[in-house]
Write a protein that binds this ligand. Structure first.
Ligand code: TXA
Ligand code: MG
Length: 343
């Protein structure tokens, strides 16, 4: 059966869509919902049979744990333990960034099914700031497990149509909340005690940047080793976010010599001649992330959309220009490296 998409652009439609989503979640079903980062595939986090349907629809291996979305900050105690020595830092972070795109890894409570956490002793939690998601999770009154609503290893969806392209016929409902505000998945951190400041480790870069977190502790990025991948951010596999088309991330224009007869598409950051990337080849297509002005948040909003569109062309290779590694550039460069499998 094709998956229906419910619109939300008028108040009565929004009401109906929220009611239907809550009804399905209560019945142990999965539903695709918009969040401020990317679309999520939601299920009742405390119902293992419902959570199992997420893994089935996404063809996701069960070693990859899910993020648990809380109705509000007060629900934190129901799913996680907060060690006393990080309590103060955690409070400051949640006061500043919740609801919003910050996911925090904490020791889990027994009520969280092992399937959600892939058997880890920790659980990743966040509170979404999306109007529709908030209404659904608050009406449900329970935590929602929701990974990005794409097939495993594929590009995260930032629109209802992108979810449909990934999961049509596999899930009973998609709620259409329009395009996602940030366009990249939440930042994932863990907090450890430290003097004079707590140690904040970024396990996955995202919309809350290293610069944002600096005010709250000593911040480090997880180093990209196999050991870290397995232990710290188990779902951050090298092959994540990959288009089907091979992708090459350039460091400098001079690194690229096109092969005769091959078709290439360019993912350009600003689309400016003076950067020297536009002249490199007879591009099959050029798509620009931040037309004209080179703003990282604008590029982030368009990032997965552009990747998805370029992937549809059937070219031999997608060539990506590099961008600055500060702010949201860090998250996009991380994803481009993973997609190009260049470490
Ligand atoms: O913005 C987001 O975070 C989106 C929206 C839907 O909320 N969700 C999302 O989920 O990106 P997903 O499944 O695509 O990524 C979840 C990742 C896992 O792959 C893993 O890297 C990390 O979260 N994770 C989950 N539980 C963890 C844990 N206990 N320890 C470390 N990392 C964990
Ligand atoms: Mg994902």
């Amino acid at each position: 059966m094709p998956t229906p998409i419910l619109p939300t652009d008028l108040p009565p439609l929004m009401h109906q869509a929220v009611e239907e989503a809550v009804r399905l979640l209560r019945a142990g079903e999965v539903v695709a919902l918009p969040t401020e980062t990317v679309y999520g595939l939601a299920a009742d986090a405390l119902n293992p049979a419902a959570v199992a349907k997420i893994f089935e629809a996404k063809e996701r291996p069960t070693f990859d744990p899910l993020i648990v979305h809380l109705p509000d900050k007060k629900h934190l105690d129901t799913v996680a333990e907060v060690p006393e020595d990080i309590q103060k830092t955690l409070n400051k972070l949640t006061e500043r960034f919740w609801p919003g795109p910050l996911t925090i890894v904490l020791p889990k409570k027994a009520c969280v099914p092992d399937l959600v956490t892939a058997g880890l002793p920790t659980v990743a939690v966040r509170v979404s700031n999306h109007g529709i998601f908030k209404r659904v999770v608050q009406e449900l009154g329970k935590p929602i497990a929701a990974p990005s609503a794409n097939r495993f290893g594929s590009i995260s969806p930032t629109s209802a149509n992108a979810v449909l392209a990934e999961l049509d016929g596999r899930i009973p409902l998609i709620v259409d909340g329009g395009a996602c505000l940030h366009g990249l998945e939440s930042t994932i951190i863990k907090i450890e005690p430290g003097t004079p400041k707590a140690l904040i480790t970024i396990l996955r870069p995202g919309p809350i940047t290293l610069e944002d977190l600096k005010l709250y502790g000593k911040v480090q990025r997880v180093t990209r080793t196999v050991v870290d991948e397995a232990t710290e951010a188990p779902g951050q596999l090298a092959s994540h976010y990959a288009p089907r088309t091979p992708l090459r991330l350039l460091s400098r224009p001079s690194d690229f010599i096109p092969e005769v007869g091959k078709r290439y598409a360019l993912m350009s950051y600003r689309g400016e001649e003076k950067d020297g990337y536009l002249d490199l080849a007879e591009w099959e297509q050029v798509m620009v992330l931040s037309p004209g002005n080179g703003k990282l948040p604008e590029a982030a909003v368009r990032f997965f959309y552009v990747l998805r569109e370029l992937d549809k062309l059937g070219v031999d290779e997608i060539v990506a220009e590099p961008m600055h590694e500060h702010g949201m550039g860090a998250a996009m460069m991380d994803k481009l490296r993973r997609a190009s499998k260049k470490w």
